[in-house]
Design a binder for this molecule. Structure first.
Ligand code: ZN
Length: 270
């Protein structure tokens, strides 16, 4: 019982104390990789502590010979299996919510791929040029991973800026960012609404993966190219966060042009 109580107390620290500290910290914008690692370390530590608490409750309940009374045995057994049932139920609910969402995203992806003017097989993904009036680029993970960019984006940006945007999307794929985002979304659904930890984890993950991809693309394709692309995309779409990200890129020192190394699979001029 003591081990379970300690584990649950530490779980509360992971849920109640750490997320507000990380959310308020300003350094996270400058060290997004470290910040994201800390968020996920907190999340997985919390999960491990919950499991540890469950095992600490269940194991003694199986050893009924050591129970001082039948009532104590029944209470511990009921509490342990009840907790397991709650965890199982929560996972089932999330899976039910998540599956239609995933199917809808797959349909959207197939519909977009049908409007592709060009599909080019690259190492690890397909580069798709999509006919669209909306300036966008996105990375689609999975077995048939794709990086898509629209004709409107191509018209809006210079070739160097478009290259930087493709590098940003490639960083999402290489960093398994969609999977991390999915974990954060599921955890936000699992936690009750009155607990801000889940929402904060999801919001922080969404922001930090963008900043990490910006930093990688800045090093590979030039921070000025990416910053200019973000400003143009922000003006075209009215998304103020893109300009804020562009501003952030101007606050760092970046490698000189000759020290940049653009990965071969994402080179637009091959
Ligand atoms: Zn992005």
């Amino acid at each position: 019982m003591i081990a379970a109580a300690i584990s649950l107390a530490l779980t509360l620290v992971c849920i109640l104390a750490v997320p507000p500290l990380l959310s308020r910290a300003t350094w996270t914008v400058h060290r997004p990789k470290l910040a994201l690692s800390m968020w996920f370390a907190t999340f997985f530590t919390g999960c491990a502590l919950v499991l540890n608490a469950l095992f600490a409750l269940i194991l003694p309940s199986l050893d009924t010979a050591n129970m001082s009374t039948v009532t104590e045995s029944l209470i511990l057994t009921g509490a342990a299996w009840g907790a397991l049932a709650i965890v199982g139920g929560a996972i089932a609910i999330v899976a039910q919510i998540d599956e239609p969402l995933q199917r809808a995203q797959d349909r959207e992806r197939i519909a977009l791929a049908r409007t592709a003017l060009e599909l080019e097989e690259r190492r690890g993904f397909t580069l798709a040029r999509i006919a669209s009036d909306s300036p966008f680029a996105c990375a689609v993970p999975g077995r048939g991973a794709q990086i898509m960019y629209s004709t409107a984006l191509e018209a809006l940006l210079s070739p160097a800026e478009l290259q930087a945007v493709v590098a940003h999307e490639y960083a999402h794929l290489r960093g398994s960012h969609p999977r991390l985002m999915r974990i954060a979304s599921v955890s936000a659904r699992l936690l009750p609404n009155w607990l801000p930890a889940g929402r904060e984890f999801k919001r922080a993950t969404a922001l930090l993966i963008e900043l990490i991809a910006d930093d990688t693309a800045g090093k590979q394709a030039g921070a000025a190219n990416l910053a200019n692309a973000l400003v143009k995309m922000g003006n075209a779409t009215g998304d103020a966060s893109l300009e804020a990200r562009a501003m952030r890129l101007t606050l760092r020192i970046w490698p000189m042009g000759r020290k940049r190394h653009l990965p071969d699979p994402i080179r637009l001029q091959q």
